[in-house]
Design a protein around this ligand. Sequence first.
Ligand SMILES: Nc1ncnc2c1ncn2[C@@H]1O[C@H](COP(=O)(O)OP(=O)(O)OP(=O)(O)O)[C@@H](O)[C@H]1O
Ligand SMILES: O=P(O)(O)OC[C@H]1O[C@H](OP(=O)(O)OP(=O)(O)O)[C@H](O)[C@@H]1O
Ligand SMILES: [Mg+2]
Length: 284
Amino acid sequence: MRIAVPNKGRLHEPTIDLLERAGLHLENGADRQLYADTVDPDVSVLFARAADIPEYVADGAADMGITGYDQVREAQVTDVAELLDLEFGRCRLVLAAPEDGSITSVADLAGGTVATEFPNVTREFFAERGLEPNVVEVTGATELTPHVEISDAIVDITSTGTTLKMNRLGIIEEVLSSSVRLFAREDVREEPKIQEVRTALASVKQAEGKRYLMMNVPEDRLDDVRDVIPGLGGPTVMDIANGGGEKVAVHAVVDERAVFETITDVKQAGASDILVTEIERLVE
Ligand SMILES: Nc1ncnc2c1ncn2[C@@H]1O[C@H](COP(=O)(O)OP(=O)(O)OP(=O)(O)O)[C@@H](O)[C@H]1O
Ligand SMILES: O=P(O)(O)OC[C@H]1O[C@H](OP(=O)(O)OP(=O)(O)O)[C@H](O)[C@@H]1O
Ligand SMILES: [Mg+2]
């Protein structure tokens, strides 16, 4: 089973980091290499451009891929299925035009020219509105094109909005909103190894923003403590070895945002020796 991941750019590092945290440690994967092995002999990695990954998965060069939803849409691949939203690389593809110009609505682009790195998504967007502007494909610095009379407007990625602002461009409409996804080819998506990778990546996402709480509780206060612990299922209650039977250990998974309040509450309810730790992975 081979998984295609971005070889460079802003998605490279967070993707590798996610694989590592999921336990899929990369081996023999020095910089500039095309392939890497992982600790799992049945899983290898193919490094590819973010934009090429959907096509590689559809064609069979890889079985699974990790890249932006914008790229999956632009590639117009039909036989791949999304398995998981990995929730990073969040950005929006927007239609934008010069702030002080005459283009202020989508309709103003009838007969106009739009520059973009996403010609397919752009044509689709206008076609849905009954328009067919001239679409010019560029490979970068799209924001410059309205100022050098190559285009009237652009369809480009924005996240903080800094680049649009720097180029005095205003958003006319959102075309799509994107984040990084895990996807697989339809014909292999149910294979156990692919489900295994999905579960491993999902477990890292599950653990994000969660904390593991451990404490000791006198047995006669257990119900009070149980009442104030929020979250995932009930807490786990265990006997303490040599504890004399008066105290039990209580463990619970708690949302990071609830930790502060929960500690105050369980302490008041009689808990002591409270420990808070991070969680690497959580398989539900
Ligand atoms: N400013 C941004 N904020 C968040 N995500 C972004 C941003 N820019 C791009 N992305 C996401 O990252 C993906 C890849 O963009 P990136 O700039 O890393 O690579 P690239 O420009 O395709 O690299 P290259 O063209 O040099 O190979 C985009 O398709 C999008 O999903
Ligand atoms: O809203 P912002 O936070 O300013 O982000 C938007 C910019 O980010 C991306 O470029 P990137 O930095 O990846 O450079 P690139 O053109 O070399 O891909 C994108 O193409 C925009 O230009
Ligand atoms: Mg880029």
